[in-house]
Design a protein around this ligand. Structure first.
Ligand SMILES: [Ca+2]
Length: 542
């Protein structure tokens, strides 16, 4: 508990040890060390011999943002709807209504609230979900890519999730749908802060569940549990069930809203739908309803399901006091070997697919509604990251952002509510596995390596490439030679990350539950067992 000890010391020194760890990036001072590192002449003459990542160096100043707890009686419910592999160009409100698969119910969330056109996620399902639930770059949690169902790994129990943070703030918490953050002991939703859950690990399961060459395991089933219970297997998640799961999820969520609408405490309901993970198979009621095949039918079904959730809020009389977020975890998944072409969706003006860090994958739709707080009908192209939702929701809910670990998210509430026009971030770091693949800053993006397909070959470029997203949304025209100065501006972000990792080493992939981050603890025994769990709880209560 290094940070706790440091906090105690700070208290002795008269400092506020409870200052949230939420960090707000400011524009780096380029006249300092960063400039010296990236003097243009040296850059042009010498950088071809440097490793791409080390080319980006410097220091970024950080400042803590104040987070004021909200009064308990004004805290809203939170409904977080997450879709799967839905590309930027799928929703009508993002493709200009040019498709014949309208999504009026989902679009209404943005029409009555905020529509983000520069919402940045991670490369695949597991890292994006880790980012959303922890507010941390998933690489810090040892998560670089999606994990296979039943494989070791996923989100370490030491991580503090949205459900734990909100639960600690008095929220009731529930999750219905896809988890994909680990199915091992101590890693299920009810181990990670949710009071109840119904769902499955990953939709990939349907390709092999029941296969005679693959013995059935618990992870092949849709499961359910309340906190403290041993999960029950509800039914096999196979191709026939794939068509039915999102209705099951909707039924559970609608029931949950009705049950919790009049409770003393607000609720956090996390609904990660199966749509549109391949194969996008529609409920039989929607078969043939669109001219766009199974994907289109599924999209119409998804819009209908989201509409049922919105209607449930209205019917319960709590729509005005509920924050609703709809987002996608990553872009489309064009896997022609397993998926007919019409099931892939579309990345809109961007290029790229799941598993890459091209805009088509890491920029997804995101709509946020909070009546009387977030003005309706606003669209913004300001950069927002999935990790920002944790500190933003913490402020809305009066929750505590952990102070004992790096939190990469920044509080965006003032931006969401329109109290300020600009986002509190101007950059994102983009990883794939353990590789830093790209840095995006304002309308520029520097790629350190190339990768165009989820199953493609890494192109180990001898020099980074830069793209102007404002004029080149497909990221095709390298402008680095005329714009070497960009390296000087993004270098400090990388250096800040590297410095934080030096102080707070990343968890290892698949790190065992009983191995907690050391972070300079005096007593190594405190890393394990019950004391470790206690530490985890203390870190959100200090
Ligand atoms: Ca996904």
């Amino acid at each position: 508990m290094t940070e706790a000890r440091e906090a105690t010391q700070e208290e002795r020194n008269g400092k506020d040890s409870r200052q949230p760890h939420t960090m707000r990036r400011t524009v780096p001072n380029t006249s300092g060390s960063a400039a010296r590192l990236l003097d243009r002449r040296r850059f042009l003459l010498g950088c071809t011999t440097l490793a791409a990542a080390s080319w980006l160096g410097g220091v970024v100043p950080l400042q803590a943002a104040q987070v004021q707890p909200r009064p308990a009686q004004s805290r809203p419910n939170i409904l977080f709807i997450l879709s799967d592999n839905v590309g930027y160009g799928v929703l009508s409100s993002y493709n200009g209504g040019t498709s014949d698969t309208p999504t009026p119910r989902i679009d209404s969330i943005g029409a009555e609230g905020l529509r983000l056109t520069n919402f940045n996620v991670e490369n695949q399902c597991t890292p994006s979900r880790a980012a959303i639930l922890t507010g941390r770059l998933p690489i810090r949690s040892g998560i670089g890519k999606a994990i296979a169902a039943g494989a070791p790994g996923g989100l370490h129990p030491w991580e503090i999730t949205l459900a734990e943070m909100l639960g600690d703030a008095g929220y009731r918490t529930a999750m219905f749908g896809k988890w994909h953050l680990g199915a091992g002991q101590g890693r299920l939703p009810t181990d990670q802060g949710f009071d109840e859950w119904f769902g499955w690990e990953t939709t990939d399961i349907i390709y092999w569940s029941g296969n005679p060459g693959m013995p059935l395991k618990d992870v092949d089933y849709i499961r359910e549990a309340k906190k403290g219970e041993t999960p029950r297997n509800v039914q096999l998640y196979d191709e026939a069930t794939r068509r039915l799961v999102d209705r099951m999820v909707t039924d559970h969520a609608v029931d949950c809203i009705a049950r919790n609408a009049r409770g003393d405490n607000p609720f956090f309901l996390y609904v990660p739908f199966a749509f549109a993970h391949h194969p996008a198979l529609a409920h039989p009621d929607f078969k043939g309803k669109s001219p766009a095949g199974e994907f289109g039918d599924s999209l119409l079904e998804h819009d209908h399901n989201v509409g049922r959730l919105l209607d449930a809020l209205t019917a319960a009389g709590i729509a005005q006091n509920t924050v609703v977020i709809w987002a996608s975890d990553n872009g489309p998944s064009p896997l022609p070997t397993v998926t007919p072409w019409w099931t892939i969706g579309d990345a809109g003006p961007w290029r790229g697919e799941i598993g890459t860090v091209l805009e088509g994958n890491i920029r997804t739709s995101c709509l946020v509604r909070w009546p009387e707080h977030i003005p309706g009908g606003r669209t913004s192209n300001q950069i927002v990251s999935a990790v920002d939702l944790f500190p933003t929701l913490a402020r809305i809910a009066g929750g505590k952002v952990p102070t004992d670990r790096p939190i990469d998210g920044v509080d965006q509430l003032d931006f969401f509510t329109g109290r300020q026009e600009t986002s509190n971030r101007e950059h994102v770091l983009l990883f794939l596995g353990e590789k830093l693949m790209a840095v995006k800053w304002r309308n520029y993006k520097i790629h350190l390596q190339g990768l165009d397909r989820v199953d493609g070959v890494f192109e180990d470029w001898s020099f980074p490439r830069a793209f102007n997203l404002a004029s080149d949304p497909k990221e095709r025209w390298n402008i680095i030679w005329q714009n070497t100065w960009i390296g000087e501006r993004v270098g400090p972000f990388v250096a800040a990350y590297q410095a934080s990792v030096k102080k707070y080493p990343n968890l290892a992939a698949g790190q065992p539950n009983n191995r907690l981050p050391r972070y300079g603890r005096k007593d190594p025994a405190a890393e394990t067992g019950a004391e470790g769990v206690q530490h985890k709880l203390e870190s959100i209560r200090q």
